[in-house]
Design a protein. Structure first.
Length: 76
């Protein structure tokens, strides 16, 4: 990744995380029992926005996550 792109992704993540912490009612409901998510909501939003900005092909979310994990293992 380019340094400017890294900076953008980091800033987007921090802003999203701060917004979700400030307004927790906007985050999706999570069941108490079940498999714990491996990504935070802020990470997922950041990933989706960065893929849209980079013109990643339109794919279902599960496929995007698999591709992102394969190419960017540090994301998870």
């Amino acid at each position: 990744m380019d340094a400017d792109l890294d900076t953008l992704a980091t800033a987007l993540y921090v802003r999203t995380d701060d917004l979700l912490k400030a307004a927790p009612e906007r985050a999706p409901a999570r069941p108490v029992v079940g498999i714990a998510p491996r990504m935070t909501d802020a990470e997922l939003v950041t990933l989706a926005v960065m893929q849209a900005l980079l013109d990643a092909p339109a794919r279902p979310t599960r496929v995007r996550l698999r591709v992102a994990i394969r190419h960017h293992p540090a994301v998870v």
